[in-house]
Unconditional design. Structure first.
Length: 420
C-alpha cells in the first residue's frame, strides 16, 4: 500500500446527488495521482468496485481511468460483490501483484446511491412497449385507453437492491434476526450508534481525517469537505424516539443503521519492484485476505466467519489485533459479531474453536466512527475501511489491523494489514 484518498461521504437526501459514480471516483482520484512520483499512465491496471453502476457509465472503472488521464491503453475493469466490491478490488490487486502478474495497481470503490434508478413494474413496462410500437392513431388511442395510473408509481431500485432475492428479506430484517439470536437490545444498538457519531465528530474536530478526505467541487460551485451525515449531538434520548423501520416490533431504526450515501475511495498498491523503480514509500502491506459465506438470513455475521480464518492462519487471537474496522452496516450486526466471538457454543460449532474467542475492546474497534455516522456507499466501503484502518494504526501506533465487513447475500470479507 502506497497511498490512498477518498471523497467526503454525502448523505442522500431524497434526490439525485451532484456526482455520478465516475464523478466521485475522479474527484478523489485526480489529487491522489497528482501527488505521486510516477505518471498516471504507469499503472498496470485500474480496478474499481461498484454495486450500482448507472447506464451512462458502464464499466465505470474504465470511464474513471480515462477521465483521470490514465491513458487510452490502460486496462480497467469493474468488480461487483455487493458491500464487498471495494475490498474485492483491493484483493484482486493484491493477489495479482503477489502472483507477479502486476506491479502497480490503482484500486478502489465508488457508489452514488442517491442516483439509484426508479424501476417500472412489468405491467407498466409492457404497456410502454405497446404504446411505443403502435403504428396507427387507432393503436395509439387503444394503448392510451389501457393506461393505468398505477403505472406512474415506480419502485425505487435501491429497495430491490437491499432485499435479498433468495430469502426475500431486507438487509435490516437480517439485522433483526442477528439481534434476536444474541439478545442485542434496542438500548445497546442506540448506544453504539451514538458512540459512532461522537467518534466521527471528534475525528473531524481533531483533523484526523484531513489527510484522507479530499475536497469535492460540484458543478454549481458547492464545496464538500467533510462527511455530512454526522450528528455530533446524537443522544440516547433522540435515538429512542425513532420507530423501527424493518419490523413493526423490531429494534432496528434509521438511527442505528448505516446511512444511504454517495462516495468514492482509491488506494495505490505496488510490488517491491515498483517501490524501488519509482522511489516510493509504503505505508502498509496486505498480509492476507479471506472471503466466507453463510446463510443470507444472517449475513451480518460474515465478518466473524471471514476474520477468524485470517487469525488462525497467522496464529493470532482477537487481542493480538491492534485496530479493527468492522463496517457498521447496522449496530445490531456489529454487536452481533462481537457477541458471536464471545459465545462459546457459536465458536465451537461454527468456528471450530475450543471455546469462546473473547471480546474486541471498544477502544480498538471503529475508533473514529463508521458507516452509521458517515454512511455506507455500498461499493466503496470496503476500500474506505482498509484505508482508514491504515491511517488509524499509523496515528495510534498500531501494527496489526483487520478490516472486515458483512456482504449482502450472505458473505463476509476480511483483510489482515500491517502498518509500516
Amino acid at each position: 500500500m502506497i497511498d490512498g484518498s477518498r471523497t467526503p461521504f454525502i448523505k442522500a437526501r431524497g434526490k439525485p446527488g451532484p456526482f455520478s459514480p465516475a464523478d466521485l471516483a475522479v474527484q478523489c482520484g485526480r489529487p491522489l495521482l497528482m501527488r505521486q512520483k510516477f505518471a498516471a499512465t504507469a499503472f498496470d491496471q485500474v480496478i474499481l468496485g461498484c454495486a450500482n453502476q448507472i447506464a451512462g457509465e458502464m464499466n465505470v472503472a474504465r470511464v474513471a481511468a480515462l477521465r483521470m488521464g490514465c491513458g487510452d491503453e490502460m486496462p480497467a475493469w469493474t468488480v461487483h460483490r455487493n458491500c464487498g466490491s471495494g475490498m474485492q478490488s483491493l484483493d484482486d490487486a493484491f493477489r495479482n501483484i503477489a502472483h507477479g502478474d502486476m506491479n502497480l495497481v490503482l484500486a478502489g470503490g465508488t457508489e452514488a446511491l442517491s442516483r439509484a434508478p426508479l424501476i417500472l413494474s412489468d405491467k407498466a413496462a409492457g404497456w410502454l412497449g405497446k404504446f411505443q410500437s403502435a403504428k396507427t392513431t387507432g393503436q395509439q388511442l387503444a394503448a392510451l385507453r389501457a393506461f393505468s395510473p398505477a403505472y406512474l408509481n415506480p419502485e425505487i431500485g435501491l429497495k430491490q437492491g437491499l432485499t435479498d432475492p433468495v430469502s426475500g428479506l431486507m438487509m435490516g430484517q437480517t439485522a433483526e434476526i442477528v439481534a434476536h439470536r444474541f439478545g442485542i437490545s434496542r438500548w445497546q444498538m442506540d448506544n453504539y450508534a451514538m458512540e459512532s457519531h461522537h467518534r466521527l465528530a471528534k475525528a473531524q474536530e481533531e483533523g484526523w481525517l484531513d489527510g484522507e478526505v479530499e475536497l469535492m467541487f460540484a458543478p454549481d460551485g458547492t464545496v464538500y469537505d467533510h462527511d455530512d451525515g454526522v450528528r455530533p449531538d446524537s443522544s440516547i434520548e433522540s435515538l429512542a424516539k425513532l420507530k423501527p423501520v424493518f419490523e413493526r416490533y423490531g429494534d432496528v431504526t434509521a438511527g442505528n443503521s448505516s446511512q444511504i450515501t454517495d462516495g468514492a475511495c482509491w488506494m495505490i498498491l505496488a510490488s517491491e519492484d515498483a517501490v524501488k523503480e519509482h522511489g516510493l514509500e509504503p505505508i502498509a502491506k496486505i498480509v492476507d485476505s479471506e472471503w466466507a459465506a453463510l446463510a443470507p438470513e444472517i449475513m451480518g455475521l460474515g465478518p466473524v466467519l471471514s476474520s477468524q480464518p485470517l487469525m488462525d492462519r497467522a496464529g493470532l487471537n482477537l487481542s493480538d489485533i491492534d485496530t479493527w474496522e468492522l463496517n457498521e452496516a447496522f449496530a445490531a450486526q456489529v454487536l452481533g459479531c462481537l457477541a458471536a466471538w464471545d459465545d462459546a457454543d457459536f465458536c465451537r460449532e461454527v468456528l471450530g474453536l475450543e471455546g469462546k474467542a473473547g471480546m474486541i475492546a471498544r477502544d480498538r474497534l471503529n475508533v473514529d466512527g463508521g458507516a452509521i455516522s458517515l454512511g455506507h456507499p455500498v461499493g466503496t466501503s470496503g476500500t474506505r475501511i482498509v484505508l482508514h484502518l491504515i491511517n488509524a494504526m499509523r496515528r495510534t501506533g498500531g501494527k496489526k489491523g483487520i478490516a472486515t465487513e458483512c456482504v449482502g447475500g450472505g458473505q463476509g470479507g476480511a483483510m489482515l494489514v500491517e502498518a509500516l
